[in-house]
Write a protein that binds this ligand. Structure first.
Ligand code: FAD
Length: 464
């Protein structure tokens, strides 16, 4: 069977969101209400903010409004790699915040541990597996880079295991793997939609009032607090936290910092015992390859393989649109690359193919601030690594709204913002040139051209 035929029966939807456990949407807000804290957005950012606000002060009245359904967007369609890194990986953190990277790494590990604790405490049924991740090299120059990263990690007291080709293939077998770097503890695999739904349930149990199909339309000052208009009502809140990710922020000034970048994934049918034996993968780690245009892949609880990444697509004008969620060209590319990686799985079929928008900012890791005299806080720009980091972002938003200086609010990463993207058409041209250059670098032994080197010097970039 050729790789295109393996796609002939795919459903154009996120495998994770199709789960029979998907909860019913809660009723929209009708009429006016007041609260201490209004959270806008029902992805991980908003859900963690609401839950942690209740943990900090159970007597607070917390309302969460979600434009569609809890978890329908990035939180319900991602790869489910829940990483400790708050900086879109160690390398990006080292480049941008070398002086505070040790602390950021510690805070990130503590954040991942806290998520694991919450999974137990609230009985979040999200298929949590702290398996770690192996980054594999598929080109000789990537092997050198993995060794360099391992050394830099060791200098910062972070233990990883370098694997040669035989060792990595004993973990997960592919003829394309030349070596790997195994972080055994810093990443967990989750069922992303179940994590969002579990958090929703936990919020409700703690007394958060959630309204779905309730888009926040406007945000204005009102007395000593804020007023938010929704299609059928209004919320008067003392404080507001915005967890709206890639969607147009209610604060216009935040918009130039984020561009929607579409990322795509395929899910196979469940592998049978023979197919599982042919790939090994007894450690069930998450895997990523090390090119600029990288793949991420992992097993689901029922032994399907999720295979995603590679293309990162920006559409001129930067709109989030449902029609961008499907991209047959990308699915064909992903399918071909899947069978190049796992030729022993010839005959396996894909059952689901989907995409989603990533809130890319020019430094690849979240930024934070307040507005309206400290009554509103936001966190955005997690780029492709927000499953874990959004919980940290929620803590930062709550710190900022409390007006207190904390270890988190004093971080340079929290105090400083990335450079905004230029307006169109320069934005589109710049992103396309960057994508072209990254692809070229992947094909030329990792060598970065003048454009990429200039961006590196300016601390700018484009990633998923
Ligand atoms: C295909 C894909 C794969 C990914 N893989 C990974 C991965 O493996 N690991 C990883 O760490 N990260 C990954 N990510 C990124 C990760 O999914 C996100 O960083 C994370 O889900 C962001 O959570 P969030 O709550 O900020 O955003 P979202 O989940 O997008 O939630 C934002 C919510 O706000 C709502 N909203 C927006 N505006 C309003 C409004 N005005 N009123 C009311 N509600 C509003 C939206 O409807 C939405 O539900 C991936 C993303 C994609 C798309």
């Amino acid at each position: 069977m050729d790789s295109a035929r393996a796609l002939s029966d795919v459903k154009p939807t996120s495998f994770w969101l199709e789960d029979p456990g998907r909860p019913e949407a809660l009723p929209a807000l009708v009429g006016d209400t007041t609260c201490d804290l209004l959270v806008v957005g029902g992805g991980y950012s908003g859900l963690w903010t609401a839950l942690l606000a209740k943990e900090r002060d159970p007597s607070q009245d917390v309302v969460l409004v979600e434009a569609d359904e809890v978890g329908w967007a990035a939180s319900g369609r991602n790869g489910g790699f829940c990483a400790a890194s708050l900086t879109h990986g160690f390398g990006n953190g080292l480049q941008r915040w070398p002086a505070e990277l040790n602390r950021l790494e510690e805070l990130g590990r503590a954040n991942l541990d806290a998520i694991e604790d919450a999974v137990k405490k609230y009985d979040l049924d999200c298929e949590w597996e702290r398996t770690g991740e192996i980054d594999v090299a598929t080109e000789p120059h990537q092997l050198d880079e993995l060794h360099e990263v391992a050394e830099a990690l060791a200098e910062h007291g972070l233990a990883t295991t370098v694997l040669d080709a035989d060792q990595v293939r004993r973990e997960v077998d592919s003829p394309t793997f030349l070596g790997g770097l195994w972080d055994r503890d810093g990443v967990a695999m989750v069922h992303p939609a179940k994590l969002a739904w579990g958090l929703k349930k936990a919020c409700l149990r703690q007394g958060v009032r959630i309204h779905e199909r309730t888009k926040a339309l406007t945000l204005v000052e009102h007395g000593t607090g804020m007023a938010v208009r929704t299609p059928y009502g209004r919320v008067f809140a003392r404080r507001v936290a915005l967890g709206t990710n890639v969607f147009p922020s209610l604060l216009k000034r935040v918009r130039p910092y984020i561009v929607p970048v579409y990322d795509y994934a395929l899910m196979t049918e469940p592998l049978n015992d023979e197919q599982m034996a042919a790939v090994g993968w007894r450690g069930r780690q998450g895997l990523g390859d090390s090119a600029n245009q990288f793949h991420y892949f992992r097993l689901s609880a029922d032994n399907r393989i999720l295979w995603g990444g590679y293309d990162a697509i920006y559409h001129y004008g930067g709109k989030v649109r449902a029609e961008h969620d499907q991209r047959p060209d990308t699915f064909r590319t992903l399918s071909r690359q899947f069978f190049e990686t796992f030729p022993q799985l010839e005959g396996v079929r894909f059952t689901h193919a989907w995409g989603g928008a990533i809130d890319t900012c020019s430094r690849f890791s979240a930024f934070f601030d307040t507005a309206h005299h400290g009554r509103v806080a936001y966190a955005a720009g997690f780029t492709g690594l927000g499953v874990g980091a959004t919980r940290f972002g929620a803590e930062v938003m709550l710190d900022l709204l409390s007006g207190e200086r904390t270890e988190r609010t004093e971080l340079e990463m929290v105090r400083k913002k990335p450079l905004p993207f230029p307006p169109e058409p320069v934005r589109w041209a710049g992103i396309e040139l960057t994508r072209w250059s990254l692809d070229r670098a992947d094909r030329r032994g990792g060598r970065r051209n003048l454009w990429l080197r200039t961006l590196d010097r300016l601390g700018l970039g484009f990633d998923s």
